[in-house]
Design a protein around this ligand. Structure first.
Ligand code: ZN
Length: 241
């Protein structure tokens, strides 16, 4: 089985279409979406429709729940808050309901899927330090944990009781070893590379690859500006920050 694991689309349809096209070329069998389908970008409706059209198994992100009215966005920065209220106005009751019913954690076979972290997933903590990764490893009953939220793709390994942030973007899964795989962000990468990020996991070959895909950034930027969303949300796309 080939899993296409995508996260943090944030209403960026150009990036999502580019990723789905690559997934088709990569013969992906099943899609997992790690949350934040909406928020920031100009095409929340279209992104929701596309995610539903590929039958992606979805967990909730903080933006999804904020737009659904399930999470108080008071701790969001002003730009993110503006994007939440703009997005709420675009969506139908059915789309809001879809976001509202997304759960926080999905477990399947040898993997667990969550937006932010396994500890208090409803608080969407950022996994920034190795200590937080270690805490997450201790909560994992399965060898693989796929996350998003930080918009920074990364493979982290827990071997010999030590957390290692790997430089590699492609690995062979070793038996008896646990991994956290951050799928990065489709629609708003923040690792300095503006290309859309996603992950392919092949459960037969037992390998994991972080993929990057170029997309039409200027088209996504123009839509953000035309929609009257904060200009900063358009500008950041070209620097990948
Ligand atoms: Zn996000």
């Amino acid at each position: 089985m080939r899993y296409g694991i995508i996260s943090d689309i944030h209403g960026n349809l150009e990036a999502l279409e580019a990723v789905l096209k690559r997934c088709t070329a990569e013969a992906i069998d099943v899609y997992y979406c790690l949350g934040d389908i909406v928020g920031y970008g100009a095409n929340p409706k279209e992104c929701l429709a596309r995610i539903r059209s590929v039958n992606a198994v979805c967990v909730a992100g903080n933006h999804d729940w904020a737009v659904a009215g399930k999470l108080n966005p008071s701790y969001f920065n002003p730009v993110a808050k503006d994007a939440v209220s703009w997005t709420q106005k675009q969506l139908s009751p059915d789309e809001i309901k879809f976001l509202n019913t997304l759960g926080l954690v999905i477990k399947e076979d040898n993997a667990v899927f969550v937006h932010a972290m396994l500890s208090e997933p409803e608080y969407f903590h950022y996994m920034i330090y190795k200590s937080e990764a270690e805490e997450n490893f201790h909560l994992m009953e399965r060898p693989l944990c796929f996350i998003g939220h930080t918009h920074t793709p990364q493979i982290i390994r827990f071997k010999d009781n030590t957390v290692e942030c790997l430089e590699e973007t492609a690995i062979a899964v070793e038996p008896e070893i646990k991994y956290i795989i951050n799928a990065g962000s489709v629609g708003q990468p923040r690792d300095g590379n503006p290309q859309a990020a996603f992950v392919i996991y092949d459960s037969q070959r037992r390998d994991i690859k972080i993929r990057r895909v170029p997309y039409n950034i200027s088209a996504a930027q123009e839509k953000i500006l035309r929609a009257g969303l904060p200009a900063a949300l358009a500008h950041r796309l070209e620097s990948g920050r």
